[in-house]
Every structure is written in structure tokens, then in C-alpha cells.
Ligand binder design. Structure first.
Ligand code: EPU
Length: 426
């Protein structure tokens, strides 16, 4: 695989707005599904074949993390990876790699389950507010691990993991996944109460079950895991990226276009599709995807980002971009992270009339004609919001720091050009 690109890459997007997007986009495998799958492969010495892997920077970061543990990641097809962890030599990845992505912390649960010890630095990731890891550590401790901390490096050690009833103080997605990874190898039954219900958690449960784990209840608030002595290799296809699909759905809506999102799974996107419908966007389920179009005006709406099955926080900024085109005042409440409205200042540079009432509430005052400007992507979804605004804006927008977008959107510019956008990577 390619080496991770440098964060200070100077590439930027130039977008000439005002063109309705029409045609078909294939939705790639999910970023937040493939990363836990790669970590899960560390639980077995046998190869795990992961199909439908998106071509994104976070996969390259995770590849480097897995390779630092002496496992191998081989790309055997355009979208297929084989992870082999037959001879692990380390208790955890080096801090320099961990700072790249938050999902790096999933190596803790997998290595703790596999070899009874693990270490990892406090993980990096997008700046969207406080991102503690107390639920992860409390889960490991409940399974019998002794947690240590030296500077910002955590260690977990357990001669013997024992199943336990674990209450998650918050239904953290990665926290739930981390505890699932470790608990697969614990003796006896683990019950995770107040577990995250995201489709990516369900997907991880499916992969682990294919590897021989005994997990039930993933997708509900109570996940039961009966520990097993060993896990084996498997072949798994990554579920489609519901956030990528949602972003293209908004692209169709904001440009008054008509897009077929091939392979998108409407059942993972109930909240978003309902909200789009409420705003006047036409959504049609297809046997193999979703069709999204808009011909009439957009109505203002109230949205709140919540844990699944509520509206995904990762869609909050893209929807705000859309609502700058709604005919009236819309309200946004971010209820998952405490600092995920930083993109508002960038949208204002394009003419949007938005005020933030607090770190978590924004009011989009009225419909405004957006105009091309020079803006910065501050994180992956904030960057997506700017791309969407630029597609609807008059004139040319330059979006800088697009390495954030490359972390999570496979071939974004290529896919957008394929449906009529004027976007260039410069
Ligand atoms: N939280 C705690 N304690 C913890 C962990 C989290 O209080 O131990 C709180 C956080 O402070 C936050 C909330 O829980 O307020 C949600 O955090 P969560 O742990 O669920 O987020 P995450 O697992 O770190 C994943 C995704 C994010 C996505 C969130 C919420 C991955 C790799 N990341 O992060 O994705 O926003 O769930 O759905 O799966 C993105 O793709 O752009 C992205 C940021």
C-alpha cells in the first residue's frame, strides 16, 4: 500500500459551482467499518480477507499501524486487503502512528484479546470536541485487565480475561467496538449495556462471528459476547459508507440534481432520509441503492445530531450546508460532540448567514446565494460541507487542506466529476 501522505500536503480543490449533479455514483465501503475490521484481523494468526475496502488515507494510516505490529497487509485486488497477523511482536503501535487516526486505539482491544497485553498512546483524530476514552479503559478493567498510564501511553495487562457485565457511560462507537474485540477471548459471558447501535458495530459483530466469536445483540443497546478459546480467519465485505452516501444525497439536493447512489443501504440512513424528505427532497429506494433528487424549493427544518439511529453527527455539517439554501430559518443541534460547528465560519466566508448560539447550536437565518471564496477544510466532514456549498455557489471556490477529505472520501473529485461537477485537484 502507499505510504501515508504528509499532513501538510498543499493540494487543494478548485470548484466552479452552479451545475446540477446528475447520474450515478457507486458508494464505497465504509471508513468507520473497514478500520475496526482491520483491527479485528489482529485477533487471529490466520489471514482475514477484507473486500470492498475504500481507497482512503485512513486505510493507509491503519495499514501502517498494523504493519508496525509485525502483521502484514497485502493488497490483492483493487479493493481487497489480506491482513495476516501470524507473528505479532509488539504490545502496541508507536505513538507517532497513533496520532494519525482515532481508530488506532482499537488495536488495544484486539491485542488485549489476542495476547493478554496491549499498549497505545492517546489516539489522534478529528478535532470535534472532547474525545475521552474512559469507556474503553473501564471496559478493559471490567474484563480483568490492569490499566496503567505513562505520559499519554496506556497499557492494559491481564493474565486472564473474564467476561463481565459492563455499563457504557456513553454509547461510544469505538468504545463498544474495543470492548467487543477484547471480550471475544474472555472466559465466560460479557454483556455490554448501553452499547452503541451503529451499523458499523453490527458489521464488526458479523465479522467477529465469522471468525468464530459468539456475539449476539449487536445493533441493540445490549450486546452479549460468549468468549471463545481462539478465532480463525474469514472473508468479509465491508458495508457501504452511509456517510459518503449521505454526502452525495446532499450533493444531489443542494445542486437541484438527480443522483442514483448505487449500493447505498437506505436502512442505515433512516434519520437522514426522513430529514431530507421533510426539507422537500425526493428520495426513492431502489433495489440496489437510493435515488435522490430535487426540483422544488427547500423547506427549513430543525435537525439534531444524535447517536444511531438518530441523525449521524458526521452528517451535521453537510446538512447545514444544504440548509443555507432553505427558504427560512433552520436550527442545528449537535448533541454528540461539544465542538463540531467550527465549519460555520468557513461557510460564512461564502455568504451563509449562520449564527452559533453555543458550541453546539447553530441557527441558519435565511436562504443566501452562496458565492465562491477561499476556504479551509477543518476536518473530514467540515470539508465535505464546504465541497457541497461550493457545488451550489456562484463562481469559483478554493478549498484548502483537503488532506482531511482524502482521509474519508474515496476518489471524491473523480466521483463528483463523473456526475457533472467542475472540480479539479490542484
Ligand atoms: N465519549 C465519552 N467517553 C468515551 C468515548 C466517547 O464520553 O470513552 C463521548 C465523546 O466525548 C463524544 C461521544 O461520546 O461526546 C461520541 O464519541 P464516540 O466515542 O461514539 O465517537 P468515536 O467512537 O470516537 C466514531 C467515529 C466518528 C463519529 C463518532 C460518532 C470512527 C473511527 N469514528 O468516533 O467518525 O463521529 O463515532 O458517531 O468510527 C468521522 O468519520 O468523521 C468521525 C469523526
Amino acid at each position: 500500500m502507499q505510504t501515508p501522505a504528509l499532513r501538510n500536503s498543499t493540494a487543494h480543490f478548485e470548484i466552479e459551482g452552479g451545475r446540477p449533479l446528475t447520474g450515478e455514483v457507486r458508494i464505497s465501503g465504509g471508513k468507520n467499518a473497514v478500520l475496526p475490521a482491520m483491527a479485528a484481523a489482529l485477533l487471529t494468526p490466520e489471514p482475514c480477507v477484507i473486500e470492498n475496502v475504500p481507497s482512503i488515507q485512513d486505510v493507509r494510516f491503519m495499514t501502517a499501524i498494523i504493519e508496525s505490529l509485525s502483521a502484514t497487509v497485502e493488497q490483492t485486488g483493487e479493493e481487497t486487503l489480506v491482513v495476516r497477523a501470524d507473528s505479532l511482536t509488539e504490545s502496541g503501535p508507536p505513538g507517532s502512528l497513533v496520532s494519525n487516526i482515532r481508530a488506532s486505539f482499537l488495536t488495544m482491544g484486539a491485542l488485549l484479546g489476542r495476547q493478554g497485553e496491549a499498549s497505545c498512546n492517546f489516539p489522534g483524530g478529528d478535532v470535534v470536541g472532547q474525545r475521552p476514552i474512559d469507556t474503553h479503559l473501564a471496559g478493559f478493567a471490567a474484563l480483568g485487565a490492569t490499566i496503567g498510564v505513562d505520559g499519554d501511553r496506556f497499557t492494559a495487562q491481564a493474565g486472564h480475561l473474564r467476561g463481565a457485565r459492563i455499563f457504557m457511560d456513553y454509547p461510544s462507537v469505538l468504545g463498544t467496538e474495543n470492548v467487543m474485540l477484547a471480550a471475544c477471548r474472555a472466559e465466560g459471558r460479557t454483556v455490554i449495556v448501553n452499547a452503541a447501535m451503529e451499523p458499523e458495530v453490527v458489521f464488526l459483530g458479523e465479522m467477529l462471528n465469522r471468525m468464530g466469536a459468539r456475539i449476539s445483540g449487536a445493533g441493540t443497546h445490549s450486546i452479549e459476547i460468549d468468549g471463545v478459546g481462539e478465532l480463525h480467519g474469514c472473508t468479509i465485505r465491508v458495508i457501504p459508507d452511509r456517510i459518503e452516501a449521505g454526502t452525495y444525497a446532499v450533493a444531489a439536493a443542494i445542486t437541484q440534481g438527480d443522483l442514483v447512489l448505487r449500493e447505498a443501504r437506505p436502512r442505515d440512513m433512516d434519520a437522514l432520509l426522513a430529514k431530507l424528505g421533510e426539507a422537500g427532497v425526493t428520495v426513492q429506494e431502489l433495489p440496489d441503492g437510493i435515488r435522490v433528487s430535487r426540483s422544488g424549493p427547500l423547506r427549513p427544518i430543525h435537525v439534531q445530531a444524535l447517536p444511531y439511529p438518530g441523525l449521524a453527527t458526521d452528517m451535521q455539517a453537510p446538512i447545514a450546508a444544504l440548509l443555507t439554501q432553505a427558504d427560512g430559518t433552520s436550527y442545528i443541534h449537535e448533541r454528540v460532540f461539544d465542538n463540531r460547528l467550527r465549519y460555520v465560519d468557513e461557510l460564512r466566508k461564502m455568504g451563509a448567514e449562520i449564527i452559533t448560539v453555543s458550541g453546539t447550536t447553530a441557527v441558519i437565518l435565511r436562504q443566501t446565494a452562496l458565492a465562491g471564496s477561499a476556504v479551509r477544510a477543518l476536518d473530514v466532514r467540515a470539508g465535505a460541507a464546504l465541497v457541497l456549498a461550493a457545488l451550489a455557489a456562484r463562481g469559483r471556490t478554493s478549498i484548502h487542506d483537503i488532506y482531511h477529505l482524502d482521509r474519508g472520501y474515496a476518489r471524491l473529485d473523480e466521483k463528483l466529476r463523473g456526475v457533472g461537477a467542475a472540480i479539479e485537484r490542484c
